[in-house]
Design a protein around this ligand. Structure first.
Ligand SMILES: Nc1ncnc2c1ncn2[C@@H]1O[C@H](COP(=O)(O)OP(=O)(O)OP(=O)(O)O)[C@@H](O)[C@H]1O
Ligand SMILES: [Mg+2]
Length: 627
């Protein structure tokens, strides 16, 4: 089993190398030419050194005089060979470096682009740590063998040249070469096979360790407030320990094989001297030839290691490549269509859900996903505000995701102005709808960059207009550098409510024709929330600010009351629809929910009225202090 997989690793590793050569054929050729030049010069230098010693140095010593002309010629020959060798090294190194780093950069780009194409369901199944290591250490690992590859290819050519040169010299010495070179090669193969499972395990553990580290840093707040530092450290230490052990296992194998690989060529030199001395006495070879061959074995040892480097990196490369391919070959991306909706000046869009069914993909392949939405149908008419109300887990965020096509329905359809959202181009969809998610995300950048997101046509004026609509202009103006203020990673330097209003302004700056607010103002105090919504509704009156239809997931009575229609969902079904007062009169569940929420709001308001003595508010319920 183990040997079968290792053979598999060898052939698949060679496949990865072929792929690399196919992608960078020219640079690879440059590097191989450099390497072959280097290898050729090694063989030539062995001949020249033999000749210089056998025909210049020895006669000179025995005669006790040195011909100046001969010496100069010998020196010039050795110098010329060195120059060519250096040129070969230069070409090889440069080419190999270019090739390796180009491939890395290109695959990093491909992997990250793929991340953005893959649906949310795929992201839910893959941890951030895994994604980071796929784009980083896995891509690197996949292309590690590229660095020594041209060297190894040049060495193979050189070995063939060396055998030919040996046979031209003496068959007995050639037999020594025929015994040593294949043995070296075989030893390298055995080495890489032994290494395969160890490297694969180390690569997997690397990803796991970075995953755990990422999670604990990301959740630093929870870890600290819950006093979980010790446990988190232990969890990390456990996995880091496994990684250490697996790397030590790799090192131990290296410790056994490296000396063997180092010794074999020296044994070869020894064998050459023994056999050579014998052949010299027989008169079959000259001193020149013996010195040449012995020198050849000495200088060969190093380049032959290049083959070992490639083979030793192959298992890791295959492990990394498999993990990269898993991303590149992942399916489930949502292809965009060709249709484009009118945008600027087209007014608000009409959103329709027609008999939508939806289930999240199961966590495990053999399970079936539970249905989250069934027979959901409703319309948000152009320019109207519709509130989505329902208990926790009812499916409100799922409906919001479907409305902006983060996910597609299993059956039924979501349409914008009568066009199925699946038929729209990515640009048209992004220009028409905007979602402000339940959990606000802020980039580690300036306020301006967070709102404009490099979208064309969003100048400072547009940014301020959006900030005004989101009731965020006040606090942004008060920031030390205004729009140029850096907001810190994930907006950590902002309050929860400020963050929400920043993400709202981001959505508004794109002048969407449909705005989907998923509980997007929960951390804003009720008066401000009502002001924001009222501002969005009446913005038709303001010149330059487009009208948008609004689908808003809401809890507060004041917010809901602003809606033209309320849709009440429970367990993934639309149970009732109508105005707020109609639902209050007819739907008991609705009354309970709205009243319960109002009760909680009142209690919270009372608590904060008591001032500093009360316990801190639960996270996510920060009270605004800047207004
Ligand atoms: N990524 C997911 N994978 C699997 N199930 C999910 C996923 N997201 C949500 N669900 C499930 O779908 C159902 C609806 O979730 P949804 O987030 O739409 O509820 P919600 O109405 O927005 O709740 P809340 O008011 O708490 O935000 C829940 O039962 C939830 O467990
Ligand atoms: Mg939700």
């Amino acid at each position: 089993m183990a040997s079968k997989t290792s053979r598999d690793v060898l052939s698949r590793g060679l496949g990865v190398l072929r792929q690399a050569i196919r992608e960078q054929p020219r640079i690879f050729s440059v590097a191989v030419v450099g390497s072959v030049l280097f290898g050729g010069m090694i063989i030539v230098s062995a001949r020249v050194v033999g000749t210089v010693i056998g025909e210049v140095a020895l006669p000179a010593i025995s005669r006790g005089e040195v011909g100046a002309g001969t010496l100069a010629l010998a020196a010039a020959a050795l110098f010329g060979i060195s120059v060519l060798r250096v040129a070969g090294i230069f070409g090889r190194r440069l080419g190999a470096g270019y090739m390796q780093y180009r491939l890395q950069a290109s695959y990093r780009r491909r992997v990250t682009r793929r991340y953005l194409e893959l649906p949310l369901s795929w992201h839910h199944r893959n941890s951030t740590g895994t994604l980071l290591s796929n784009a980083n250490s896995d891509v690197e690992a996949a292309w590690y063998p590229i660095a020594p590859l041209p060297f190894a290819v040049g060495t193979l050519v050189m070995l063939v040249g060396a055998i030919v040169s040996l046979f031209a010299t003496d068959w007995a010495l050639a037999l020594v070469g025929l015994a040593v070179f294949p043995a070296l090669f075989a030893l390298n193969v055995v080495y890489s096979r032994r290494m395969a499972p160890r490297q694969a395990r180390a690569q997997r553990l690397r990803a796991e360790v970075s995953g755990i580290a990422h999670e604990s840093f990301d959740g630093a707040l929870v870890v600290k407030t819950m006093g979980r530092e010790a446990q988190e450290t232990a969890r990390f230490a456990g996995r880091a320990g496994e990684l250490r052990d697996s790397l030590i296992a790799v090192g131990r194998l290296r410790g056994v094989f490296d000396p063997l690989l180092e010794t074999l060529p020296s044994l070869g030199t020894l064998a050459v001297l023994v056999v050579g001395a014998f052949r010299l006495r027989q008169g079959a070879i000259s001193v020149t030839e013996l010195v040449s061959v012995a020198f050849l074995f000495t200088v060969l040892a190093f380049p032959v290691r290049a083959i070992g480097w490639v083979l030793a990196e192959l298992p890791r490369s295959v492990a990394g490549w498999d993990r990269v391919r898993r991303v590149l070959d992942a399916t489930g991306e949502m292809p965009y269509g060709q249709r484009v909706l009118d945008q600027d000046g087209a007014g608000a869009a009409t959103l329709t859900f027609r008999d939508v069914h939806f289930s999240y993909p199961p966590a495990e392949a053999h399970q079936t996903g539970a249905q989250v939405l069934g027979e959901v149908g409703f319309t948000v008419p152009a320019g109207r505000t519709v509130a989505l109300v329902g208990p926790t887990g009812a499916g409100k965020s799922t409906i919001a995701s479907l409305a902006v096509r983060l996910v597609d329905p299993d059956s039924g359809a979501v349409t914008l102005d009568g066009v199925d959202v699946r038929e729209l181009t990515a640009a048209s969809l992004a220009g028409t709808v905007a979602l402000v998610a339940q959990v606000p995300f802020v980039f580690d950048d300036t306020v301006r960059a967070n709102i404009a997101l490099d979208r064309p046509g969003i100048d400072d004026e547009a940014v301020w207009a959006a900030l005004r609509l989101a009731e965020a202009d006040g606090f942004v103006a008060a920031l030390p550098d205004g729009l140029d203020t850096m907001v810190g990673e994930r907006g950590t330097s902002l309050s929860g409510g400020q963050r929400q209003r920043l993400t709202l302004a981001r959505a508004l700056a794109g002048r969407p024709r449909l705005l989907v607010l998923d509980d997007a103002t929960s951390a804003v105090d009720p008066r401000v929330e009502a002001a924001i919504l009222a501002g969005l509704r009446s913005s038709a009156a303001e010149p330059g600010v487009p009208v948008a239809s609004i689908l808003v997931v809401a809890y507060r009575r004041a917010t809901i009351a602003l809606a033209d229609e309320v849709i009440y969902v429970e367990q993934g079904r639309v149970l009732a629809r109508g105005t707020h007062s109609e639902l209050l009169a007819t739907v008991p569940g609705y009354v309970d929910l709205v009243t319960a929420y109002e009760q909680a709001e009142v209690e919270r308001a009372q608590e904060s009225a008591y001032g500093d003595e009360v316990a801190p508010l639960p996270s996510g319920l920060e009270i605004e202090v800047d207004r």
